[in-house]
Design a protein around this ligand. Sequence first.
Ligand code: SPV
Ligand code: MN
Length: 661
Amino acid sequence: MKTNTAHKRHAHDVDISRLEMMRTYLSSLMDEANQKKMMECSFDVLEPIYNGATRMSPKSIFINNGSAEDINYIRQKALEIGEEFELAQDGHTCHFDGPNDQGRDTANTKYLANADTEISSLQKKEELQVGVVEARTIITDIMKTKEMIISFISRGPIGSPVSDPTLQVTDSYYVIHSEFMLYRMMDPTTFSKEVADKGYMFKNYHSAGRLTESMVSADLQDRRIYMDVEHFRSYSSNNQYAGNSIAPKKINHRFANMNNIRNYFGERLDEHMFIAGFEMEDEIVYFGGAYPSGCGKTGTSMTGTHLVGDDLAKIFIDTKSGEVRAVNPERGMFGIIEGVNEEDDPETLKVLKGGGHEVIFSNLLVSDGKPYWNGMGETLPEKGINYLGDWSTQAGTPASHKNARFTITLDALENYDPATEDPAGVKLSGLLFGGRDYTTMPTIVMAHDWMSTVVHGAIIRSATTATEIGADGSEKRSPFANEAFFPGPLAHYINHYKAFGENPAIDEDNLPSGFQVNYWLHKSGRGTLAPGEPDGLIGEKRDTKVWMRIMALMHTGQVESIWTPIGRIPKYQDLKKLFSEIIDKDYDKSTYTKQFSLYVDNLIERIDMSTMEFSKEKGMPDAFFLVLDTWRRDLVALKVTVGSIVTPDQMIEYVMTNQPR
Ligand code: SPV
Ligand code: MN
């Protein structure tokens, strides 16, 4: 097994006097029970704790060993200091982030790297030493009046070869309460052993900083999310919103991607994907689905009969079976709450309403101990409090923030798949890529081959959403829906993806199919609106169940599909049957034609734009541009024969007469 040897320390290197010195110092900040837990930490694990403590000068230190007792202490403290407050339902609490701390802070999120480490053209880089000095200056003495909490996390099922040992240092009980629900926690002994075995760990320092009376970060001018990719060490200061503060989520997802490129090239992918299984006749077909933040990824994962994850996937090759498999680095869901209602997402709603399961709500409206959010399908109360303070219907502000969230454990959901905890993961049959695209891509296109899968993933574009501070809804590139979380140059990512699918360890029959999906087609994007007709989505949220099923059938070859230059599309008769069987809906031909026609000019424009954008990246493989060129050539020929808009029926006829492949 390859390991990050640079970070590996051998037992004989341990400097006993230094170990003693660290223990003595840390002991002075702990009670006896915590000292005992500290003694379980190896030198390698203790050192970053010591470094954090000497820098941030906490009033005291709490070592969280993941036991029920320790978690209860964390829960209690979050309530006691006011980072969370109790709601009427047992086990339900609410947390508010500050009015200007409601999404990921892209402006202050930077990679710290050596001068010769290349960073993605879509991301921000700061020279390592400069960035470290800035971050350290900000966090110096930041915990003077607070307790420092140390937690030991496994990003993935305990015992999985791809799980990342992850150390979290923070002064926020809310952060640890959330991480307890979202990740697997370990005790210091198991963690120390895991770090020794794997040869690396992710190290995260977080502080919410000085808090206001309403218990939100006060010094937003000093908000930083700095990620040192040379040492897998992060500094996150003066923030609380989970996407900034909960390092095992997106901060460490970025480290995992860097680790793959350096140590597991063409062997492992860390993707911004849900993992969900769909029950077919005699098997469960699992998909990984990548959608930009706020584009329905969690909702889509909920249409699966076997839910493994809703946000992140660690994908790897099982060399024994030749299968592509995936585990979820998480075990919980941090989902957008807007629009969770009886009709669109009854399973999630049940958990959010019913007792028996722990829930942390954030940034919504609370009235009489009850949480309310936009799109919940209930009348809102006249008054309450939300993340902005006192709220009333007269205020004219929305009751809940667009990025208001709920945190739950996956096993609270009825479609939870116990395979989520299997260190060997589940076999993936398909990779889905989708953006918020109102005009161009048909609803489903199955890639012709692996290289086309890579291209489909690379060229998705999406309207920006409330998950990032300052997003204005304009369209931007969103390669693999993962570009915000991939530190290296895009060409590295693309070469790595290409190499993954071409890895000889994958048995040919076990290569996942690639799909570009698009649920966001608007009426105005597919023909003209009648005078006075309001614009809107062509499909409905519940259609997703049908889309998932047809893709599973297309992958296994149980239905025929139609060749097009950019990939294969499903046939009307099959969809009509599935719509009726699965969601009891009459699916008419004109809707099908709108959703699956090729708008050739739009597609050519997308191809030209992508070719131009990716040509600027150094070191792209020729095979990438060959795919785009071939799509373009075949689309131009199609347009000459058929026209600018090609319906599926015309496509079938064209294929029969012209035999284009
Ligand atoms: C996302 O925005 O993609 C999320 C939430 O999953 S977070 O990354 O934590 O902001
Ligand atoms: Mn996400």
